[in-house]
Structure formats: C-alpha cells, structure tokens
Design a binder for this molecule. Structure first.
Ligand SMILES: [Zn+2]
Ligand SMILES: [Zn+2]
Length: 191
C-alpha cells in the first residue's frame, strides 16, 4: 500500500517538495478561491430553494382554486378555441368578417347565454365567433341569434340546444379536463 502523497499544488498545480501540501504563497489565494466557490454554491442553493418555494406556492394556489375560478379558466381555453375555429367565418349573427376589418373585435358568443344555460357554456354548438357589436348588451336580438345559430348548426342542432335543460354541476376534475382539452384542440387547429 502506498500512502497518497500530493505532488502538485492544489492552487497553482505546480510541483511540490516532498512533504509539502501547498506552496506557502498559494495558501491565501487558494483559501480565497475556496471561499468564492462556496459562496457560488450557496447562492445556487438559495436560487434552487426559491424556485422550489415558488413552485409550491403555485401548486397550493392551484389546489385552492374555487369552482368559479376553474370555470373561468376553462372558459378562457374554450372561447379561444371557438375564436380560432371561427376566425374566417365572420360574425355568426351579422356575418361581418373579423379580419382585416380594423377594430372588429372577435368574441366567442353563446347562443344560449352562460347565465341562462350554464350547462351549455362549453358546448361547441352553443358558441360561435361573434362581433363585439352583436355580442354587446345592446347587440343582437334573440330572433337574430336564432337565425345565425340555425345557419351554423341547423335547425336540429338549434332545437337540441333549446331542449337541453338539464342543469350541470361542474367538478374540479371535469373543469381541469375541459381546460386541457381545449388548449390541446386550439394548438391542433393552429398547426
Ligand atoms: Zn502553488
Ligand atoms: Zn355581428
């Protein structure tokens, strides 16, 4: 067995005399370098800890989201899909094109409103690209909306919406699923 014997200086890598472990002149700069190395490692560990903490806060926020917040998040994803699907079709009520008409903002308008028929808020037949004017509070009249909807989904489709009056209680899992589904469908449309 040969005992380990240092032959090069840990600081300058130069040759050492027998029994010497570091050059005398290299001690201070070596200690400084060690200290700087430790500080970099500590700073990195602190950054990692902060990152873990942020992720944990995000997870907790996600976990305590209310059903209302989840519905809102799923609706954003669903409406974005509808706008993309219908972007070239024009307003389903008045027929005006969305682009390149300046200031013509495209909405995702519900045939039966989310307030009156919340169970149909994520029904693709119940939602179509609509201009801001028609979708506004003084916008389209019910008979105009009906005509526009029939033009898109047919009388049968319209009747199916009208006859669907089963209230629905959304669950967290369901809403998470809807959000994920429509994000994926939007991505697919854009490809
Ligand atoms: Zn040295
Ligand atoms: Zn319109």
């Amino acid at each position: 067995m040969t005992a380990f014997r240092r032959t090069t200086c840990p600081h300058c890598r130069g040759k050492l005399e027998t029994g010497q472990r570091i050059h005398q002149a290299c001690i201070d700069p070596w200690l400084e370098a060690q200290q700087a190395k430790k500080e970099r490692a500590d700073a990195k560990a602190a950054r990692m800890a902060a990152k873990v903490e942020r992720a944990s806060i995000k997870a907790r926020k996600e976990a305590i989201k209310t059903i209302a917040q989840r519905i809102a998040a799923a609706q954003i994803a669903f409406n974005a899909f509808i706008r993309e699907r219908d972007k070239d079709k024009g307003c389903f009520v008045c027929g005006r094109p969305f682009a390149p008409v300046p200031g013509q903002v495209q909405h995702a308008g519900h045939v039966r409103s989310r307030g009156a028929a919340g169970h149909l808020r994520f029904n693709e037949d119940n939602c179509h690209g609509e201009c801001e004017g028609c979708n506004g509070p003084h916008g389209a009249k019910p008979h105009q909306i009906k005509a526009g909807a029939i033009a898109r989904i047919g009388l049968e489709g319209f009747d199916a919406l009208e006859n669907d009056n089963t209230p629905h209680k959304w669950t967290h899992d369901e809403l998470r699923g809807i959000q994920a589904t429509y994000r994926a469908k939007l991505k697919e449309l854009r490809q």
